[in-house]
Unconditional design. Sequence first.
Length: 305
Amino acid sequence: MQLPKHVIIKEVGPRDGLQNEKMHISTVDKVQLVNLLSQTGLNYIEVTSFVHPKWIPQLADAVEVLQDIKRHKDITYAALVPNMHGLERALQAEVDEVSIFMSASESHNKSNINKTIDETFPILEEVVVGAKAAKKHVRGYISTVIGCPYEGYIHPDKVLRVTEKLLEMGVAEVSLGDTIGVGVPTQVEFLLEELLKRYPAEKFAMHFHDTRGTAIANIMTSLEMGITKFDSALGGLGGCPYAKGASGNVATEDMLYLFDEMGIETGVDRQKVLEAALFIEEKLGKAVASKQMAIVRNERSANQR
């Protein structure tokens, strides 16, 4: 088994995790969540989104959160940005890195962005140019890289087309998202085989949702194919507002258990991530989905008997 010695975890819980939660989380609590995550050893935290509050009301306080967090100089604090208006607000809040997003599936892109894929490209290119002019790195998300709630299986050629365009725009890295969590290792392998014929593994991160319990298996396949960057959300938070049935992201602490036990370095303290997960679980008023948090709850229950 060919495995890397070190991987990078990109924590997306404060943005991708919270955007789908019905329970309103206060600005103060969002700031505290990011501050807790900043103490874990993570070097990348996606803090919020500058999508219009009408679409994602949970993240309407994006500017305030970014301005109020206690920043660490060795951590990149990123945000999702859909257009130039969003970019203006993100730069006002001194975001470190800009994330843009679109889908490999035409139907999902129309549902999510209300535009065709071809109509989306010039809008995102404008954001990339503006962000780079402000000396910000830009990351690109591609959703539905394996399956779409409307179209079913997505062939790698569709993913390759969007990847090519984003990289031509000047995006530094592409995050490949199994948005509805339908992917299995053979599909992940097929997708990466096609992409890695054209581009180095360093250009990609993997973003798995665990809807059907296959995220960890898909991570293993990605590792063996040379991928060393992975998105995750503490507690397994998340979902997709425009993908019916999609459950949360792979849990950061579950992924950390895998890496820690295999001797793959992350620089991230799993116990501190669990403490942050406990914090947000209490604020949400419900149990989060991760396996590690279930163990913590069971141990606490046993100790109280």
